[in-house]
Ligand binder design. Structure first.
Ligand code: PMP
Length: 450
């Protein structure tokens, strides 16, 4: 098919995610034919740097020889089989490796097939655990303002991004929304590198008042990603762990976006020395090849479900593609690559480059803050630096930035007024330098326009 035919058929039949389709009248979707490392290559042969790891999934670049081989080898055995009553080597290997690597006593792996599904699993698991462990009053969940945990109704109910949630409010379960950390606009006038997270008082108050009805607190550790890469300090997690222990409330860590090295450590919780009761993982787990997710939990929670069938305590959750062998084989190879290619060690020079760019970006009159955690960095564009006032959303500066960046050969898909970088962990340094240059040029253009 030629390029025009692909786009014609797309426009006739396809409905894209998270998109106002009318925008495609002016900027049609871009047809991708293949990938090469950090680059997407269009069906016309143009090369675009994938600086957002294709929605944060791609870890080691596209078309990776080791991942290609793992996929091919597994496909020659079996692509998929039912996972209830059956098991397979890639799944058990992956479960073993994840439990070895995970913090604390996480020792059981429940498989699902996308991030939102893992969040649903975690919520249901926590809820049911308390139902059959003598505390049936624990039925509600606590989450942070601006949180993002997925699009299915349960995950949306514990999300705080109004943009995605508001329409569905009447059909969402009711929980407790706690004011989350907002370090750039810190109401206490502190800086995230030095503070003791006094903003945790909101969480303390909510749990003190309602812990008897609370099953779990769910948060995105260190980076509230969809909120605009809002970064908070590890002390927040330490406090959360202690509070959850105190009140017998589960701590669910959604490391779907931040797990697998994004923060500079394998898991974000390692920065705080904390371990959740349930850990949700997805996205990078297969290196960005296939959908897969897991919820890791403790033997204690697992044993809350373990009994004779007739007690009806089993966790009866399932998805058709649970434990998909192709995805698991990829995930095992991802773990191998981390171990054998010192991926985390290789982050240092790349993190240094982002750090070095910070002074330059922060000196810009329309950059409020450039924040960074690991290989994730974000630039918050503001209309007024003094007032920390963002541009009105109707101006769609971020979207305009996205269009400009594409013209210059980079995929930078901002979140509102926030431009962020979440490149593959092994992005070549010259390519990362090019991304930063493109971002600078776009910033100049976009903030100059009225
Ligand atoms: N949790 C977090 C922190 C996420 O960033 C996302 C996806 N952006 C999800 C959950 C949902 O994952 P999925 O899109 O695979 O359903």
């Amino acid at each position: 098919m030629n390029y025009e035919e692909i786009i014609r058929l797309d426009r006739e039949h396809v409905w894209h995610p998270c998109t106002q389709e009318k925008d495609h009248e002016r900027l049609p979707p871009i047809a991708i034919e293949r990938g090469e490392g950090s680059y997407l290559v269009t069906a016309r042969g143009e090369r675009i740097i994938d600086a957002v790891s294709s929605w944060w999934v791609n870890l080691f670049g596209h078309n990776h020889p080791r991942l290609n081989r793992a996929l091919l080898e597994q496909s020659q055995r079996i692509a998929h089989h039912i996972f209830a009553g059956f098991t397979h080597e890639p799944a058990v290997k992956l479960a073993h490796r994840l439990c070895e690597r995970a913090p604390g006593k996480l020792n059981r792996v429940f498989f699902a097939d996308n991030g939102s599904a893992a969040v649903e699993v975690a919520l249901k698991m926590s809820f049911q655990y308390w139902q059959q462990s003598g505390k049936p009053g624990k039925t509600r969940f606590v989450s942070l303002t601006e949180a993002y945990h997925g699009e299915t109704l349960g995950a949306l109910a514990v999300s705080g991004c109004e943009l995605y949630r508001k329409t569905y409010q009447p059909i969402l379960m009711q929980g407790f929304s706690v004011q989350g950390p907002d370090c750039y606009r810190c109401p206490y006038g502190l800086h995230r590198d030095q503070c003791d997270a006094p903003c945790f008082e909101h969480m303390e108050r909510t749990l003190a008042a309602h812990h008897r009805e609370i099953a779990a607190v769910i948060i995105e550790p260190l980076i509230q990603a969809a909120a605009g890469m809002r970064i908070h300090p590890p002390i927040y997690l330490k406090k959360l762990r202690a509070l959850c222990d105190h009140y017998q409330v589960h701590y669910i860590a959604d490391e779907i976006a931040v797990g697998f090295g994004r923060t500079g450590r394998f898991f974000a919780n390692e920065h705080a020395g904390t371990a959740p009761d349930i850990l949700c993982l997805s996205k990078g787990i297969t290196g960005g090849y296939l959908p897969l997710s897991v919820a890791l939990t403790t033997d204690e929670i697992y044993h809350g479900f373990y009994d004779d069938y007739t007690t009806l305590k089993a966790f009866l959750h399932s998805h058709s593609y649970t434990g998909n062998p192709l995805a698991c084989a990829l995930a095992v190879e991802v773990m191998n690559i981390f171990d054998e290619e010192d991926i985390l060690g290789g982050l240092e020079p790349r993190m240094d480059m982002l750090e070095a760019a910070r002074a330059r970006f922060e000196a810009h009159p329309h950059v409020g803050e450039m924040r960074r955690c690991g290989l994730v960095a974000a630039i918050e564009m503001v209309e007024s630096k003094e007032e920390k006032r963002g541009y009105p959303w109707q101006q769609r500066r971020g979207y305009r930035f996205y269009q400009e960046a594409l013209k210059r050969g980079a995929l930078l898909r901002p979140l509102g007024n926030v431009i962020y970088f979440m490149p593959p962990l092994n992005i070549p340094q010259d390519v990362l330098a090019r991304v930063l240059d493109i971002a600078w040029d776009c910033l100049e253009d976009i903030t100059r326009e009225s």
